[in-house]
Design a protein around this ligand. Structure first.
Ligand code: ADP
Ligand code: MG
Length: 618
């Protein structure tokens, strides 16, 4: 079922103004910011037209970011930080000797600069701040939120560090999105490819190589395997040219400065070779007494053969890990895939032409922008903003003619949720499961979807039976409700048809009615909702721990269980505020877990739900 999303977490049904969502590719070498407008997604350039922001920050009595900082990288090496992304979420123990050079001699990992020690999070936050400022200046508008991309292999600490950097920069993070998934989204693969099709994303950046294998599973682009080499990228191609120049010119005992200058020359040569089949290295400045050096693509190809071979071995491994042999699409990402030698090798390896019509150094940011646009709620046209969501909450009739919501509206499909009920009367042997849809509190104000009976419950005192009711909505919007008496195993179930028979207008009318009547029995409703939210969070968490508990350390798990225990206690208080605050606390505490789980199976072009809602899902 495809239902148009309404604004997340809101019952506003009036036509909306377009909100600004930004997609940010926070790269090791370069970063970019993009947004989607009526014309489509595009990268936001600065006043001079530059689209990439070098991920470089200089701290010296002030903060300089981007191209200006890159210039300082040569003249003010000590105060200029490059490639901070490599250090995000890392501790000293994770780093090699070489990486520790240039870091401040403090306990926390930080770069030594003219303005004191700067942590990788602080450095990244300056880059993010600069990107957001660029967007605000250019669009003259404040953004609603941002989607920031991270490598698929980033672990929780690295993701957490990325979030912190964004918070430090004052940004509202809608979601962290895996880079390869963002690239696939930019090509629309999340919407166009067939079920179980495999996509390989080959990302050769400045200093890193990442290969990711994704597969479309029930409408989700799932990351099956990641691989690569964190010390292999465009820089190494620069280096092979430098070595060749050193060799050709017979240079010895280069100073660090000379080395940097040769590297700058080599990079320019490499990039020009992507356009021309032969270029000449001009022997200038201190090297002017040497001969100019002609370089052909063939020369470069033979110099870089070993590097390219290494990327292919990593592809072998990733395909092997994913257990696939056939890929339907190959997506090229990263500035280094501009090199014809790389393109040719990739095409040959995978046996198909890679997708490269979108700028490889922009594709990730563009995918993130599309996602951000959806997440801020710009569901206006009939474009690809049709999402699989539940338009109205689903619930059950409970004692007293009230509805107990099991699945809140705007939840993303597919999903399953369960809740435990019990009997209200002594000796009760059957009960009616009445499935309802709507936002109101009382049964008569909601829409009745179906009714069925669960019989054969052994007679017990009221409250002793344990009846687990499960709502499952599959990717096609098919709702299946089942009820099971846990002690005897008695079961009953039924299936409700897709879209539950409501037109958009009817959905809108129901939302409006729920708003108009909102004042009615406010307190009772709030208490009830706080309880429902708390209980479904607890339940979702329990299910999540069952399913994906392996993502947590014993200590992390114990912490979460302690928070959950506090919420169980709070629930007994019947105090709305207490329940809410403890629920929030648990929500916060399980963010990390939710992030890891989402990473395991991220739905690509979703979604109007906040992280806290996703957590509550099974
Ligand atoms: P990252 O993802 O690591 O931030 P990018 O995707 O921006 O990096 O890639 C940067 C790398 O791409 C650099 O090594 C740069 O030299 C290389 N690159 C950019 N344009 C070209 C080009 N036209 N030909 C070859 N390499 C290029
Ligand atoms: Mg990149």
């Amino acid at each position: 079922m495809l239902l148009q999303i309404s604004e997340p977490n809101s019952t506003d049904i009036a036509p909306r103004e377009r909100k600004l969502g930004l997609g940010i590719d926070l790269g090791t070498t370069n970063s970019l910011v993009a947004t989607k407008s009526e014309q489509g997604a595009d990268v936001i350039a600065d006043a001079s037209g530059a689209r990439l922001v070098p991920s470089v920050v200089n701290f010296n009595g002030g903060v300089t970011v981007g191209a200006a900082a890159l210039e300082l990288a040569v003249s003010d090496v000590r105060n200029t930080v490059l490639s901070a992304k490599r250090f995000m979420g890392r501790s000293r123990d994770d780093l090699s000797e070489a990486q520790l050079l240039g870091l401040a001699a403090s306990d926390a990992l930080a770069f030594d600069t003219g303005d004191g020690p700067k942590t990788p999070v602080e450095v990244s936050s300056e880059i993010l701040r600069a990107l957001a400022a660029r967007a605000r200046d250019s669009l003259e508008e404040q953004e609603e939120g941002v989607v920031i991309t991270v490598p698929a292999y980033f672990d929780d600490r690295q993701r957490q560090a990325t979030r912190q950097a964004a918070e430090l920069a004052g940004l509202n993070v809608l979601r962290l999105l895996n880079e390869p998934t963002a690239a696939a989204v930019a090509y629309g693969l999340d919407e166009t490819i067939a079920e179980s099709s495999v996509v390989a994303v080959y990302d050769l950046g400045g200093g890193t190589f990442d290969i990711s294998i994704l597969r479309m599973e029930r409408g989700l682009l799932r990351v099956l395997a990641t691989g690569g080499d964190s010390a292999l990228g465009g820089d190494d191609f620069d280096e092979v040219i430098v070595s060749w120049m050193v060799d050709q010119w017979g240079l010895v005992d280069l100073t660090r400065d000379q080395q940097r200058r040769l590297t700058v020359m080599a990079r320019a040569i490499k990039e020009r070779l992507s356009e021309s089949s032969e270029v000449s290295i001009k022997a200038s400045g201190e090297f002017s007494h040497f001969e100019d050096l002609p370089v052909t693509r063939e020369t470069f190809a033979s110099l870089s053969e070993g590097l390219i071979h290494r990327t292919m071995r990593a592809c072998d491994q990733a395909l092997d890990d994913a257990g696939v042999t056939e890929v339907a699409h190959v997506v090229l990402v990263g500035g280094s895939t501009r090199m014809p030698v790389v393109r040719d090798a990739v095409a040959k390896y995978f046996g198909r032409e890679p997708l490269c019509s979108i700028n490889p150094d922009e594709v990730v940011a563009l995918g993130a922008a599309l996602q951000a646009d959806i997440l801020v709620g710009n569901g206006d046209g009939d474009e690809a903003l049709l999402l699989d969501v539940i338009p109205l909450s689903l619930g059950l009739e409970t004692y007293g003619g009230l509805i107990e919501k099991i699945i809140p509206r705007n939840s993303v499909l597919p999903l399953a949720k369960a809740q435990e009920f019990t009997t209200a009367k002594d000796g009760q042997t059957g009960l009616v499961v009445h499935v309802l849809q709507g936002e109101r509190e009382r049964v008569e104000d909601c829409r009745s979807l179906a009714r069925f009976e669960l019989n054969g419950i052994p007679p017990m005192v009221a409250g002793a039976a344990r009846i687990l009711v499960t709502f499952k909505v599959d990717a096609d919007g098919l709702l299946e409700v089942s009820a099971r008496e846990e002690i005897t195993g008695t079961e009953a179930a039924l299936v409700v048809k897709p879209s539950f028979g409501l037109s958009d207008d009817e959905v809108a009318a129901m939302l409006r009615a729920s708003q108009t009547n909102a004042a009615e029995d406010m307190q009772a409703r709030q208490l009830r909702e706080a309880k429902v939210e708390a209980e479904s969070l607890l339940h979702g968490l329990a299910g999540a721990l069952d399913a994906d508990g392996d993502l947590l350390s014993d200590e992390e798990r114990a912490d979460l269980e302690k928070e959950a225990g506090a919420l169980v206690t709070a629930l007994q208080s019947d105090n709305t505020d207490t329940i809410r605050s403890v629920t929030d606390q648990l929500g916060q505490a399980s963010l990390t877990f939710a992030e890891r789980r989402m990473d395991r199976s991220i739905k690509s072009a979703l979604s109007g739900v906040a992280v806290s809602e996703l957590e509550a899902e099974d």
